[in-house]
Design a protein around this ligand. Sequence first.
Ligand code: ADE
Length: 231
Amino acid sequence: MIVGIMGAMPEEVEPIVKRLDNVKRHEVADNIYYTALYGSLDLVIAYSKIGKVFSALTASTMIEKFGAGKMLFSGVAGAINPQLSIGDLIAATKLCQHDLDITAFGHPYGYVPEGKVFIEADPKLLEIASLVAAKEGIKLKRGVVATGDQFVADEQRKKWIGETFGADALEMEGASVAVVCDALRVPFFILRAISDAADMEAGFDFDTFLESSAKKSADFIFAILDELDKA
Ligand code: ADE
């Protein structure tokens, strides 16, 4: 099985590539993709660059050019739910685009015709993640993740996203990866470790905790790979 592993930023993907041997480098569509073997699994790994467009391109490339049949995303997020603290892990049950707005035509936020507001992550991958978390004694929250092409550092905006979509965390790539995987029928799992609370201190906290939180997410991805390898 070929498993795609994505992040948005180098800090999110380096801790994954670092743990692999005999990594091959490929240049496709203005980006770098790494391939390697992990047990019985063939991996393709890349950071997409930040935002919905770049992440959709990377997810599509992994599936169409590299043959990825499962997609795992590893990275950081801003917390909306006050139960989430810096370093906590959240697995997206479903994802939405908080900045998609054609409400002028009577549609709900996050909706365009022939699309859907929420896209659900693969229940089997979520189940594997819960098993791994229980086995390793790691706290893993499940929740709604809202994506948009904005770094949110504003209480009002965060509150609006939380109330409008019932979202627990926000970031800038998950829902676009979800749209691509859903359309191409590839099971996906979006994991995020909290780097900030999307508030006034978010910029500072993000810079402070990006590396440590990204590493926590990457380590958990390896625990999932171990389970997939066994299956
Ligand atoms: N990723 C991590 N923190 C974020 C924030 N506050 N806004 C958007 N994406 C993020």
